[in-house]
Design a protein around this ligand. Structure first.
Ligand SMILES: Nc1ncnc2c1ncn2[C@@H]1O[C@H](COP(=O)(O)OP(=O)(O)OP(=O)(O)O)[C@@H](O)[C@H]1O
Ligand SMILES: [Mg+2]
Length: 493
């Protein structure tokens, strides 16, 4: 059934939903409640205190008169003085007393009492409240607090008199009226000031958030250098800005790496294509002999192979990074894998006067690995080692386990890698000496591929190198080994 939205719902949905509005509304409400609480409680305390002091004043006066009547019933002067002179001396808070004998005839009265008070009304009002004072309005509209009490003459008591007492409380009523006026004025001013101030404070408080949002909005792939200046921000927002800046650092670095990578790909693809084109153009410039054509075709083929190897490597790296990449683990004898690699490179090693050794003692070491990928990784390492080891040097292949981790190690006694280049050797297209590597055909993808393969196996690759002394690359692959297949730790560890 279709429900019509009520007026209330419509009004609520029309309210601005900004944080500044919500904060200032909350401030205002809390502020108004506090002002209300403070003023109302002050008013109640003031009123109670004024009532109490009036009550005490009346009680004091009654006590004095009762004492005089009880102790000195014939001392009319003392009574007159108390009733006439003292009351007349008070100008602001006037009070009036009337003393009546047991027949209700006034004995003494404060002068002017009948002008201000309706005495008959006073008698009527106080008759039902023998102990407490009551309020009444005088003849000129002024407020009074009136009380009446029995007083005994003499000790032991001879007869009873009645004391009627009235105190003018119009000053106090004025004070309370002024207070009430101020109360409404303060409430009105607060209900205007609180929202205005609250909105200002909220806007000031969320300005950093807006600045962060503005920076985030202005960032594109071409201006990743922009950062939030968090000086003067409160600590919570400073840490938010810091986290945001760190994210931008990472993004900038990734973007830089991607653009460097693209530039490197373009460069590395262009070189063989350029070579093929140049040779073809030169060959076609004039008539050639069959041998010359064969030479050109051979060189073109070489460049084409290089090109397809490079594309193959790039494709491999791109696929290896996809989370969907599948690889086939099988039980692999690690030492026979090392022997296979050694056999592959033996010829080129002896051509270069380098001895290539696969360390013995790991015959029974088997693990669940992707054989062809591991062959590729170890081959890349051996090819690097051979390329950077001079005549008379040694390249050693070794394997072992350490706390349920398979270690495969390729070390050489070659040129080594400068310390500042070490952290980047696993980056794609990174070459310590690009000109030298170009000559030997290196593209700088070998170690990146090694790392991808090890990462696919859930492990990591580590490199140690000392310039002029040699390099050692260790592949650490966590494999839960079979208890019976564990040889002792690598001998050279
Ligand atoms: N054993 C090593 N000794 C000295 N330098 C090394 C060694 N292994 C790698 N390097 C340095 O690290 C760089 C990166 O190696 P990587 O295998 O990634 O690329 P490459 O060998 O230049 O090219 P590719 O392997 O793609 O043909 C090399 O250019 C080389 O400078
Ligand atoms: Mg290499």
């Amino acid at each position: 059934m279709f429900l019509k939205p009520s007026h209330k719902m419509l009004a609520a949905s029309r309210l601005p939903r900004t944080l500044a509005f919500q904060l200032s509304a909350a401030y205002s409400l809390a502020g108004l409640l506090l002002v209300l609480l403070a003023t109302v409680s002050l008013y109640i305390v003031l009123r109670t205190e004024l009532d109490k002091s009036t009550e005490q004043f009346l009680a004091d006066k009654l006590h004095v008169l009762r004492t005089i009547l009880q102790e000195r019933p014939h001392d009319r002067d003392a009574l007159r003085e108390e009733i006439q002179l003292e009351t007349a001396a008070r100008h602001y808070q006037r009070f009036y007393i009337r003393l009546l004998n047991d027949r209700g005839v006034p004995i003494l009265t404060t002068p002017g009492m009948a002008e201000h008070l309706d005495v008959a009304e006073l008698i009527r009002r106080t008759r039902n409240h023998p102990e407490h004072s009551v309020s009444m309005t005088g003849l000129h509209g002024r407020g009074f607090r009136v009380a009446s009490a029995i007083a005994w003459e003499g000790t032991p008591p001879v007869r009873s008199d009645t004391i009627q007492i009235a105190i003018d409380i119009s000053e106090e009523e004025d004070l309370l009226r002024r207070f009430r006026w101020w109360f409404w004025a303060v409430l009105l001013a607060s209900s205007v000031l609180f929202p205005v101030l609250g909105y200002g404070i909220a806007r000031h408080g969320i300005r950093p958030v807006e600045e962060i949002a503005a920076t985030a909005r202005s960032i594109t792939s071409t201006n990743l250098r922009e950062r939030i200046r968090a000086e003067g921000y409160p600590s919570e927002l400073a840490s938010l800005a810091g986290t945001f800046n760190e994210m931008l650092d990472r993004l900038e670095e990734s973007f830089e790496r991607i653009s460097r990578f693209s530039a490197d790909i373009a460069h590395d693809l262009r070189t063989p294509v350029h070579n093929i084109r140049g040779e073809a153009e030169v060959a076609l410039a004039r008539a050639r002999t069959v041998d010359e054509y064969r030479e050109v075709i051979e060189s073109t083929l070489e460049e084409a192979v290089r090109l397809s190897d490079l594309i193959g490597d790039l494709l491999f790296l791109a696929r290896a990074q996809s989370p969907l990449t599948e690889f086939h683990r099988e039980r692999v004898n690690v030492s026979s894998l090392l022997t296979t690699v050694r056999d592959c490179y033996e010829a080129s090693a002896s051509d270069g006067g380098i001895s290539l050794v696969a360390q013995a003692g790991t015959e029974s070491l088997t693990a669940e690995l992707d054989r062809s990928l591991m062959l590729r990784a170890v081959s890349n390492l051996v090819s690097n080692a051979l390329a950077h080891t001079p005549v008379g040097g040694t390249v050693t292949l070794a394997a072992g386990t350490e706390n349920a981790v398979i270690l495969i190690e390729v070390s050489d006694t070659g040129s080594g890698i400068p310390a500042e280049a070490l952290p980047r050797v696993f980056d794609r297209f990174f070459r310590v000496d690009p000109s030298r590597s170009k000559a030997s055909g290196g593209t700088g993808l070998g170690l990146a591929i090694v790392q991808s393969i090890v990462t696919l196996h859930g492990g990591r690759a580590e490199i140690y190198s000392q310039l002029g002394h040699g390099t050692c690359v260790t592949l650490r692959i966590p494999v839960p080994p079979r208890p019976d297949s564990l040889p002792s730790l690598l001998e050279n560890h």
